[in-house]
Design a protein around this ligand. Structure first.
Ligand code: AMP
Length: 419
């Protein structure tokens, strides 16, 4: 196993890595960095969690540190295109950490916030620009971002770009880049569209593939909990309150579902927040910061919003709804057991989700261990409102009073009408 020193990185970068506590390169870093330092193009098949940000950032920082040039207004030397705002912020944070002590100018451009500050930041030109496609195009169209000085282009999470419908925008941006450049393309999966984009974009690339799933998944204690759909809120509440849950990421299928789960948990006094595409940038950043600092215990997210969230201390991933795409199961549970830690992944499965479960188990080639010992196992559809169950009391399996009775007693309480 090689260490960072043998990779020939700039001494200031080595210090920054030491301060950050990185002892040795991860497999993707070991495989990418030597080629990138030589100026080769890379096709990286890897997802978040493998250390791919450092794999592409360190050679970029090294290049800039070794060869300073004067950047003209609105110009960039390196463009990193990434699908989500969270990922863009995280990449910038990482780059700032790795380049501590070096004078490297970075900027981020993403939607959901005002244009003004981003335009100001671009005014003098920057070494590294990290951007999401939509807003970048806006600023390019208005002449605030120009690429004549571009040397390196990184297309990050290309498959997610495709899923999120950014492909047209990405192609429009690529058309504006100079042909002479170094290009890096990273994608967790290689659907046909990405393969053909890669052959169009990359020149004689080195292909690097890392499969973190198996190694990560091995450290995750997975279990499957069959539960009626209507009992999922109670089960979630029970788990979050009674198990050793220090920090849980809960996945729902929809944004609306995420909001609903937050309401349910808040009612029972659990501090939580939702993160999804309908939330403002400020709300998303606050939720993520509160979650990272431990201020809130539960973060409820949809797949897209959660992709790329880099929180090292998630003790539990809870699939409130199983994902439609079986590959997302691995991505979701990989949010726990980060940075060498162990983690727990619990998946709720109702009657309508049995087909999804079958697809997931086919994908991961194992049967997820069943936990049939939970208090809601085999409990029929619930008709009692959540508030009826006070914390600490056994959960009620009593059906709700039927409506006609309720109406009757309501009527009897009314003063009799005078005829
Ligand atoms: P990434 O795949 O870039 O999102 O990185 C996942 C996590 O691994 C982040 O928390 C990084 O700080 C961490 N990381 C990256 N490279 C290393 C390394 N060589 N040693 C230890 N942790 C690392």
């Amino acid at each position: 196993m090689i260490d960072f020193k043998s990779l020939n990185l700039y001494p200031t970068i080595l210090n920054a890595l030491e301060n950050k506590g990185y002892k040795k390169p991860t497999p993707i870093q070991e495989q990418c960095i030597p080629h990138l330092l030589k100026g080769k193009d890379i096709l990286g098949i890897a997802q978040t969690g493998t250390g791919k940000t450092a794999a592409f950032s360190l050679p970029i920082i090294n290049r800039i540190a070794n060869h300073k040039i004067k950047i003209k207004p609105a110009r960039v030397r390196v463009l990193i295109l990434t699908p989500t705002r969270e990922l863009a912020s995280q990449i910038e944070d990482n780059i700032k950490t790795y380049s501590q002590g070096l004078k490297i100018f970075t900027a981020v451009i993403f939607g959901g916030v005002g244009h003004r500050q981003q335009i100001v930041n671009m005014g003098r030109g920057v070494d590294i620009l990290i951007a999401t496609p939509g807003r970048l195009l806006d600023l390019m169209d208005d002449g605030h971002v120009l690429f004549e000085q571009l040397e390196v282009f990184v297309l990050d999470e290309a498959d997610r770009m495709l899923d999120m419908g950014f492909f047209h925008d990405v192609n429009r941006i690529i058309e504006k880049l100079p042909k002479m450049r170094q290009t890096l393309l990273f994608s967790a999966t290689m659907p046909n569209d990405i393969s053909s984009l890669a052959s169009k974009l990359l020149k004689d690339p080195v292909r690097v593939e890392v499969t973190p799933e198996s190694t990560t998944v091995e450290r995750i204690e997975q279990s499957l909990l069959f539960v009626d759909k209507t009992n999922k809120p109670l089960l979630l509440e029970h788990i979050v309150k009674t198990k050793e849950v220090k920090s849980a990421l809960v996945f729902t299928k929809t944004k609306h579902g995420a909001n609903k789960v937050v309401k349910i948990l808040e009612k029972s006094g659990i501090q939580c927040a939702a993160i999804h595409g309908n939330k403002s940038q400020g709300a998303r950043e606050k939720a993520l910061a509160d979650f990272k600092s431990g201020h809130i215990k539960v973060l409820v997210a949809t797949d897209i919003a959660a992709r790329g969230i880099d929180v090292n201390d998630v003790t539990h991933v809870i699939n409130y709804n199983l994902p439609d795409d079986p590959k997302s199961y691995v991505h979701r549970i990989g949010r726990t057991a980060r940075a060498g830690k162990n983690g727990i992944a619990l998946s709720f499965c109702d009657e309508t989700e049995r087909g999804l479960l079958k697809d997931i188990e086919k994908q991961i080639k194992t049967t997820i261990p069943r936990d049939n010992d939970h208090p809601l196992f085999g409990v029929p559809a619930r008709v009692v409102p959540v508030q009826a169950n006070r914390p600490g009391k056994p959960m009620s399996r009593r059906p709700a009073p039927n409506k006609s009775k309720k109406k009757k007693s309501f009527r009897t309480n009314r003063p009799a009408k005078k005829s």
